[in-house]
Design a protein around this ligand. Structure first.
Ligand code: NOJ
Length: 760
């Protein structure tokens, strides 16, 4: 499935565009060995002034700097990297300045937030994680890398691998949810997808694993708020996806904004030096988050810009994003002896190595014609559609409400998100164009328009608040200032439309700017009058399907018992409407599963499946006086149009040696006449040890396709190291022999159970 077309070298076509003089005499051949690389970088660094070294450690935002400033910084060698420039001719122009006009001809590195696609927008990362399909996610990010590299962007600020257990936090949409094992598989897959088999391939881009570390534990779900995480939770829950990404060869990391246990992540030597470099052997470079070096003053940590820069470098930051304390103060700090030149050299070397590995010293430009063929190509649209199909989660389907019949006479498509292009793409779609996006209404018209009369009514508006500063290309709809009478008429028109139709699809959820950065919410309710619209729609008695577009679990407790069918589509991206139409009529079968526990309401937050237990729950399974403790939908949950049972669990051996493996085998039986997918999930629990272990922990999973009527057996393998954990008692990471429970099933509530012993 993966394909990578070698892009032709751009030197020939560029010769026409730019008159290329020879660059540095020492420019290496592209087939250089690491010894040649070391020699090349040694020789280059020997020529660099301190100011030029600090330039490599500086990154500015293109859109927030004047042309005179940025051109001046580039030609004088005071800048190593830009973010937020996407026009290939401007990228080539700036690169030309760096490569031809600066003293040492060092190429620039262009970075951008390619989070879920560049121009072709793929489903948001939380959705991609819902696919439980690392190969799909790897492929999606390789497609994103293809587009980004076509315009000259060779570095993405992704993957975001922050574990998140609090849906109030807006950035939960940007990660893989709450589980360290699923999160680790998604982290590795994304690194492989972005970086490809070799960074020197012109379609490869550097990954930047963020936000190191603990950002997802922001107090109260408030973005940027402090994170207080015990060592046990840090080592067993929050750090594993970062470690997995480092092991997968991630070239760069990004430090987080917030305080971790009282020390800002950007000045945190324990994280950046002791853990990342010493313990994990990371040899790439670390960029600060936007302005995070200067923010060390805001934290009440650094006294002034010089202190902030010196302490960020001492902690392990190599490149400063957008603030300029490195450029302004580090030369004096090196001269005064406060900052060792060895620390500067380490940072500069890592940055130059990354540029070298990308082939930028030999091939600094992009072919301006590539954008025309690569961006939004038919294969991009095709892959984005498949990704959106595989990311959707069917939450409810009473009495086979779905799939819809393709011979309906009339279908009502209702709701404020049904025909909204920005809301189909979701937040962090900075390179996307809303006009490219296929909405649910458009997708259904494409699919059924010839045979079914499709009628659309918005019904209600969502009050969107201020335009999001993070999605500047989105034309925000002007706030609707409808009178109460106009609102009532719009509402009634939607209900009339449903009454006149054979069935209705309600597309509800959140506007795209309600989740993402700086978009936390104190409520999980459907915003505005959407709940009332949903209740009135159900009261018509027509078959109603709720399609959700959103970046976090929402309070759909009423819908979960009253609306016959609920499809969670998240923000599905450019091809989202076509993919949802495929799913609604059964041309594709939903097979996604939740990467996060779905709470009943905001009062249950945080709610996560891998918690510990101190009391056996009472009959009502409730630790609250006024509500159940159980979530609305458990982690790992998801339905299909097919019925695929998982039975007959057998494990072997029942005594696992530290050098052995355990095989858990189950039978999958598709008892329905519909082809579909099932995701087999294996959970364990250690009954006793030096520290309490969670009631269940995901250890292995696999998504499989079964034809109608097919029966198949499948084996998941458990390795002893999968059972290792960091104990707060022994303060060590390792295995503790003992008795384990094991479950296999299609959610974290799996009931097929076995017991095994881990031998000493
Ligand atoms: C701030 C965000 O926290 C980070 O994730 C992003 O990569 C940078 N801004 C650059 O846009």
């Amino acid at each position: 499935m993966l394909f990578r077309r070698l892009r032709h070298t751009v030197a020939t076509s560029l010769a026409v565009v730019l008159s290329l003089a020879p660059i540095a005499a020492e420019r290496p051949s592209s087939a250089s060995s690491s010894a040649t690389e070391a020699h090349f970088i040694d020789a280059l660094m020997a020529k660099m002034t301190l100011e030029e070294k600090l330039g490599q450690m500086s990154q500015v935002s293109w859109k927030d700097t004047s042309p005179a400033l940025r051109d001046g910084l580039v030609t004088t060698g005071q800048l190593g990297s830009f973010l937020f420039v996407t026009d290939p001719s401007e990228i080539n122009r700036l690169q030309h300045l760096a490569v031809e006009k600066s003293r040492l001809h060092i190429p620039l590195l262009f970075g951008f937030d390619v989070i879920h696609g560049f121009r072709t927008i793929y489903p948001i990362p939380l959705a991609l994680a819902s696919s439980w399909d690392p190969a799909l996610v790897e492929h999606a990010q390789s497609m994103a890398a293809r587009e980004a590299s076509a315009v000259g962007i060779r570095w993405t600020f992704a993957p975001m691998v922050d574990i998140a257990r609090d849906p109030r936090w807006g950035r939960i949409m940007e990660g893989a949810g709450e589980d360290p094992v699923l999160g680790s598989r998604m982290a590795e897959a994304q690194v492989r997808g972005f970086q490809g088999a070799s960074l020197s391939a012109p379609t490869s881009i550097l990954a930047s694993v963020k936000h190191f570390a603990g950002y997802g534990a922001a107090a109260g779900g408030r973005d940027y708020d402090q994170a207080d995480i015990s060592d046990e939770q840090l080592y067993n829950v929050y750090l594993p996806p970062f470690h997995a990404a480092a092991n997968a060869g991630a070239a760069t990391f990004m430090s987080a904004y917030m305080d971790l246990n009282g020390v800002p992540a950007t000045g945190n030597r324990f994280l950046l030096h002791d853990t990342l470099r010493n313990d994990w052997g990371f040899r790439g470079f670390v960029v600060s988050d936007w302005g995070a070096v200067h923010s060390l003053i805001t934290h009440g940590f650094a006294a002034n810009p010089a202190d902030a820069a010196a302490r960020a470098v001492a902690a392990g930051i190599d490149m400063e994003m957008t603030s300029h304390d490195f450029r302004d103060t580090l030369a004096a700090s090196v001269q005064s002896g406060r900052v060792p030149i060895a620390d500067i050299d380490r940072a500069v070397r890592a940055i130059l190595e990354a540029k070298y590995n990308l082939g930028l010293f030999t091939n600094p430009y992009t072919d301006p014609n590539l954008a025309t063929t690569e961006l939004l190509s038919p294969s991009q649209r095709h892959e984005a559609r498949i990704a959106a199909q595989r990311s959707a989660v069917l939450l409810r389907n009473q009495a086979h409400t779905l799939p819809l019949s393709k011979t309906l006479h009339t279908l009502a498509v209702i709701g404020p998100l049904a025909d909204s292009q920005p809301d189909t793409m979701g937040s962090w779609s900075l390179g996307g164009h809303p006009a490219d996006a296929v909405t649910v209404l458009a997708g259904l018209r494409n699919k059924l328009g010839a045979t079914t009369q499709i009628r659309f009514a918005k019904g209600v508006e969502i009050e969107r608040g201020q335009p999001s500063i993070f999605d500047p290309q989105f034309p925000e709809p002007t706030p609707t200032l409808l009178t109460p009478e106009q609102r009532a008429a719009a509402f009634q028109q939607a209900i009339d439309t449903i009454n006149q139709s054979d069935a209705a699809i309600l597309v509800l959820g959140e506007a795209h700017n309600m989740s993402g950065e700086r978009a936390s919410r104190t409520s999980l309710a459907l915003p505005g009058q959407q709940q009332q619209l949903l209740e009135a729609a159900v009261a018509t008695g027509k078959p109603i399907t709720l399609v959700l577009l959103n970046g976090r679990p929402l309070d759909i407790t009423w819908a979960s018992t009253h609306v016959p069918a609920i499809l969670e589509a998240w923000y599905p991206g450019t091809e989202g409407g076509n993919a949802i139409a495929d799913l609604l009529v059964g041309d594709a079968t939903p097979g996604g599963h939740l990467p996060i526990t779905w709470p009943r309401n905001v009062g249950q937050v945080p709610s996560f499946y891998n918690h510990t237990l101190s009391q056996v729950p009472n009959d009502r399974d409730a630790m609250y006086w006024d509500a159940s403790s159980a979530p609305l939908y458990p982690f790992g949950y998801g339905l299909s149009y097919a019925s695929i049972a998982i039975t007959n669990l057998q494990i072997s051996p029942s005594e696992l040696r530290a050098d052995g493996t355990l095989q858990a085998t189950v039978t999958l039986r598709n008892t329905s006449p519909i082809d579909g997918d099932q995701t087999v999930q294996l959970y364990t629990h250690q009954r006793a040890g030096s520290a309490t272990r969670p009631v269940r922990e995901l250890k292995a999973f696999q998504r499989l396709h079964l034809a109608a009527g097919e029966t198949r057996s499948i084996t998941l393998t458990l390795r002893p190291q999968d059972l290792a954990f960091w104990s707060p008692e022994t303060r060590k990471y390792g295995l503790e022999p003992g008795i384990f429970d094991l479950w296999v099933g299609d959610a974290s509530t799996a009931s097929a159970h076995a017991v095994f012993t881990l031998l000493p």
